[in-house]
Every structure is written in structure tokens, then in C-alpha cells.
Design a protein around this ligand. Structure first.
Ligand SMILES: C[S@@+](CC[C@H](N)C(=O)[O-])C[C@H]1O[C@@H](n2cnc3c(N)ncnc32)[C@H](O)[C@@H]1O
Length: 224
């Protein structure tokens, strides 16, 4: 197994943010909402917190799938939030999506506590991954539904290169670079299980979802 190589936490470069917001993430992001629906069948209503929302593509897709919810997105990178304005403009679910600036671990969801918390592709950015699990415990209601998707670190440098070639060959250079760095920065499922145990969330499920993704989900404990 190759060692973890962290990348910068926040995506602050305007070029990077623009390329990310303009990329076609329809398949993985719809897959995120599909996987949520499988993990938590049934309706979702009320405020939902999306941690590390970036330009808000997942927030919008989630809001579109669940018309009785409102999504509060939180991200520490002004450039990513600004890049999301184009995605929000004219989107039918945009009036139920509110993206705000805030950096974990200090920032809180504006309407905490939330009965539903989601996060896509934030965990691997964090230098201290406990920040995510602590924020979820702090900002979730007892029994809240929590759903996190992230990359998982490949075994070898060759496997990293193969994934970049398979999934990002036609992407702009800045996105290929970010994808490669993100694969190096990602955790393994076993590392995430250790993080969850340390956070008192060992009831959560960690599931390998694809050749590069894992999903982590469960209900927060009923008692603090
Ligand atoms: C790969 S992007 C994912 C964006 C979005 N969730 C998506 O799926 O399109 C990761 C995001 O996490 C944000 N981020 C990283 N560290 C953070 C922190 N400590 N607090 C808040 N946001 C953070 C970055 O700025 C970036 O926008």
C-alpha cells in the first residue's frame, strides 16, 4: 500500500475551481444520490447539511431528488462557492439550496442540528480527518442519517496512474492533476474504520462502492 500524501485542504485557485465546476460529474454525483437513496430508503424532508459542498452540484442534485428538503452547503473555499453561481443560475432546485462559506472544524451548519448530513469528496482533503466526524456529531440530531462518499487510496502508484488514465484522460490538466493528488490523499476503508471507532461512530457501515470510491453511512447515536 502506498503511503497517504495529503493535498491542500481548500480548493482556493480560481482556475481549479472553474475547471471543477465546469466538469461533467453527472454520473458520480447522481450515483451519490442513488447510493444515498439505497442506504436510506424513504422520504427526506427539512434542512440537510452538505459539508464541503464545493460549487454545489451534489447539493442541487440532492435537492432535486428530494423536493421536501432544503440543502445548506458549507465550504471553506470562496473560489469554489463563486464557481457554483453558474450551476445555481436557473436550476429548478436552486431556491432550496443555500451555499455558505465556512471552514471545518470551526464552521457550523447555519441551521444545526440537522437530521440529514451528506458529504462528497471532502474527507480526503482534510489533514485531520477527525474534523469531519466531529462536525457530523456536533451538527447532527440524535439518530441523524449520515452519508459520506469519498475516494479510496489505491494500492500502488501504477494503480493511481491507471485510474487517472481511465477516468480523466480527456479532462483539462488541472483536473487530471487534482484527481491524481486526491487519489494519493485518500484514505483506505480500514483507515476510515479506525477514524469512526475513535469518533464513537463504529456503528457506521464502510462499503467499497467502485474501483475508486467508498461510501460511509449510518445513523448517529441516539445518545450523545
Ligand atoms: C473535491 S471538492 C468536493 C466538492 C463537492 N462536495 C462535490 O462533490 O462536488 C472538496 C471541497 O472541500 C472543501 N474543503 C476542504 N477542506 C475543507 C474544510 N476544512 N472546511 C470546509 N471545506 C473544505 C474544498 O474547498 C472543496 O471545495
Amino acid at each position: 500500500m502506498i503511503p497517504r500524501r495529503p493535498e491542500p485542504e481548500l480548493m482556493l485557485e480560481p482556475d481549479q475551481a472553474r475547471a471543477y465546476a465546469e466538469a461533467d460529474f453527472a454520473a458520480p454525483h447522481e450515483g451519490f444520490v442513488d447510493a444515498f437513496a439505497e442506504a436510506f430508503p424513504g422520504p427526506v424532508s427539512g434542512p440537510v447539511l452538505d459539508l464541503g459542498c464545493g460549487p454545489g452540484d451534489v447539493s442541487l442534485r440532492f435537492a432535486a431528488r428530494y423536493p421536501a428538503c432544503e440543502v445548506d452547503g458549507l465550504d471553506g473555499a470562496p473560489a469554489m462557492l463563486a464557481a457554483g453561481k453558474a450551476l445555481m443560475a436557473g436550476h429548478p432546485a436552486a431556491r432550496r439550496v443555500n451555499l455558505g462559506e465556512g471552514c471545518l472544524p470551526e464552521a457550523r451548519g447555519p441551521r444545526a442540528p440537522y437530521a440529514t448530513i451528506i458529504s462528497n469528496s471532502l474527507l480526503h482533503h482534510l489533514h485531520t480527518p477527525a474534523a469531519l466526524w466531529q462536525a457530523i456529531r456536533r451538527d447532527g440530531t440524535p439518530g441523524a442519517a449520515v452519508f459520506v462518499m469519498d475516494l479510496r487510496r489505491p494500492d500502488s502508484e501504477a494503480a493511481v496512474k491507471a485510474l487517472v488514465a481511465q477516468y480523466a484522460a480527456d479532462d483539462p490538466e488541472v483536473l487530471r492533476r487534482d484527481f491524481e493528488h486526491s487519489l494519493h490523499a485518500a484514505f483506505t476503508p480500514d483507515e476510515v474504520r479506525e477514524q469512526l471507532a475513535a469518533a464513537g461512530l463504529d456503528g457506521f457501515t464502510v462499503h467499497v462502492a467502485s474501483d475508486r470510491h467508498m461510501i460511509i453511512f449510518g445513523h448517529l447515536p441516539e445518545t450523545p
